[in-house]
Design a protein around this ligand. Sequence first.
Ligand code: FAD
Length: 404
Amino acid sequence: MKRSAIVVGGSIAGLLTANILVRHGWNVKLFERSSKGLEARGAGIAMQRTLRHALELSGVDVSKELGIGINNRIGYYPDGSVVARCEYAQTTTSWGLLYESLLTALPAGIFHKGAMVESVISEPDFTKVRLSTGEVHQASLVIGADGIHSSVRENVAPEIKPTYAGYVAWRGMLEENEFPSELSIDDFSSFSFGFLNNEEAVAYPVAGPGGSIEVGTRRFNMMWYRPAPKNELYDILTGSDGVHYPTGIPPHLIRTDVINNIRKTALLLPPLFARTIPAMKSLFVQPIFDLENENLNFGRVTLVGDAAFVARPHCGAGVSKAAADAVALFEALEAHEDIPEALEKYSSDRVMAGKNAVNWARKLGTYLQCEGDRQSDNGKPVSAEEVVRYTGIELSEISNVLFS
Ligand SMILES: Cc1cc2nc3c(=O)[nH]c(=O)nc-3n(C[C@H](O)[C@H](O)[C@H](O)COP(=O)(O)OP(=O)(O)OC[C@H]3O[C@@H](n4cnc5c(N)ncnc54)[C@H](O)[C@@H]3O)c2cc1C
């Protein structure tokens, strides 16, 4: 008899997991609360090797080019002088392209949009989810791929909550044909870093509309990390409608005074960022959180992706970690017929990996933190040069440098 799984959440982690399981003989239902597509909201991401393997298992054609190769890294001080240069071969892509490829790969009838899961009940022999409509669905396994504020996790481990890291990331993109002409092609095509006191901006090229990587159609993707104490965060996340959005503000509701202030402050950054950020048509902001778990085995319920662990974006691993989770879960389920046994194996593998990713990203984030925090919570802060060298490197390479 086919084994059955319910996947909660239809973003990258959910789509990877559903695609892999359905291709390996499982009956799968995926419930996504949003009734619209998510692709328009994604930005650029650095790809790691684990992602390519998971995409292959998911049935995505990885023979075609999925991103843009980058070799050079360069970091700048505010006056444009160079902090550090190095080489690191890497591929970047766009969130939308990955999402679209995974959605297309999923056989019809599995993805149920506009389906909000409210509760999960785990019994010894099966598990059930209840939707907000009152509908109940049953399977042998429920996988929470429902992100940092996971409802599935809230049901099985309500004590686990994200913690605010003390800073936000502003994000934006510029079309390649709008890239300022006084800047060079190297400025566009490198992995660039800009430093300003304890702020850090990062930029790299990503695929353009429809996943195009043709020269002239690509995009320049930017993230700018800025400390924001809780009162300032409250202000940033209070929208033009007067409502406070503690977990993330919809981009169109960010107040004009907040946006104007950020465009003005961008002029203090190194020239590459000072010239590009003010030209970006839309800027959006996300508070940065850490999330850690001690256990991912809840009998017949488990968690993948951001529902399980969230490492700050410095390690460039949100999508790749979700991919590694999906592959590890699949391998554990292949190796163990008994689901709780498989989840025990999955949990023991991925808890350690998740903690390493969170610690690594936290360490890279020490550059951002004020003097007191730097010393007391996180040990010696990383230098700007280390940020340039280690941001977004393969997670498999961090063990040499993690605690050095
Ligand atoms: C729109 C969007 C854009 C993103 N862009 C980038 C990017 O550019 N670069 C990057 O590195 N990372 C990006 N991320 C984050 C990145 O996708 C994640 O780190 C990675 O995909 C793993 O996230 P996830 O799939 O676990 O969770 P998420 O991407 O947060 O997705 C969780 C999904 O679960 C759904 N959901 C939540 N609760 C319920 C419920 N109760 N019932 C049903 N469904 C539910 C949500 O609607 C959402 O689709 C983005 C995420 C989103 C949602």
